[in-house]
Design a protein around this ligand. Sequence first.
Ligand code: FAD
Length: 336
Amino acid sequence: MSVLDSKIPEGPLKDKWTNHKNKIDLVNPANKRKIDIIVVGTGLAGGSAAASLAEMGYNVKSFCYQDSPRRAHSIAAQGGINAAKNYQNDGDSVYRLFYDTVKGGDYRSREANVHRLAEVSGNIIDQCVAQGVPFGRDYGGLLDNRSFGGVLVSRTFYAKGQTGQQLLLGAYSALNRQIAKGKVTMYNRHEMVELVKVNGKARGIIARNLETGELERHSAHAVVIASGGYGNVFFLSTNAMGSNATAAWKIHKKGAHFANPCYTQIHPTCIPRSGEHQSKLTLMSESLRNDGRIWVPKNMEDVLAIREGKLKPTDLSEDQRDYYLERRYPAFGNLV
Ligand SMILES: Cc1cc2nc3c(=O)[nH]c(=O)nc-3n(C[C@H](O)[C@H](O)[C@H](O)COP(=O)(O)OP(=O)(O)OC[C@H]3O[C@@H](n4cnc5c(N)ncnc54)[C@H](O)[C@@H]3O)c2cc1C
């Protein structure tokens, strides 16, 4: 049986990554240009990794199976991105974002990594704004936040109901800048079909050119896999059929661990399926999340009458409705 070594740095939880970053071996700027890195995926993870690595001086080869990096499935994300900036003065902090994220991850996430996410969350927003991502703003022009994700603070930065699309356009602009500078070579319509290992280390990939059908070999000093989610384990999900985990499966077969397969994001508020032709579910607007109220009829007779079509839910008066989330969880109410 293999033993998982997640290589989380030593030290107290909140200092682990800071200590690691302070002590990690650095690469001389003149040497960076001698190092090649393959990045599979051009979504928010891969697109920004490729752009950042190239900006730092490495030579990057970037792969996606779509006809443009812009079509990665990150484009579907609607609601927003969390950051512990405490702009709303509602008591937010790095610790609270860390705590809420660990809780939201059902206490299964790697806590040190979540802490790092919370630490860098503010910088990510600054960088996105600098890259031109049009986050929602209040009347005075300052960045706005929405209440999102079932927490007691408003820390979500958003761009209407298209945050993923706008963020991806930001990452894509940064990527394009590096493509134009010759630091990133872009391979659209290329599907990674195999990982190449040399002496136990990932040193390349085999990719199929989806236009010609040819198999190609690509080598590098390191390979980053940022190939997205594993949504299609269910019949229909909000992931496109293309989000089929082929790259993740290939690297798993070569020794990478595949953790928490039960962890598939579910969007309960989807437009109902309209027929056999439909390959994915479409999310209702997330811009209204956490507004509105949720109730069920208080009396069983009303439930039965609604089921039989003899009564409309809208005919029930306030005192016939049970706002059960607000009743059972008064602090969180509908945020539950
Ligand atoms: C409808 C919806 C709403 C969401 N809303 C939110 C939200 O409000 N807030 C939030 O934080 N998150 C949200 N999410 C989740 C979030 O969008 C995703 O977790 C995130 O965007 C995934 O980014 P990624 O870069 O890992 O993957 P993706 O964007 O899926 O990119 C995967 C990339 O890998 C490439 N690829 C895959 N396999 C191969 C292969 N074999 N060879 C070559 N290339 C390959 C693809 O071409 C693509 O470029 C939402 C998700 C969905 C579906």
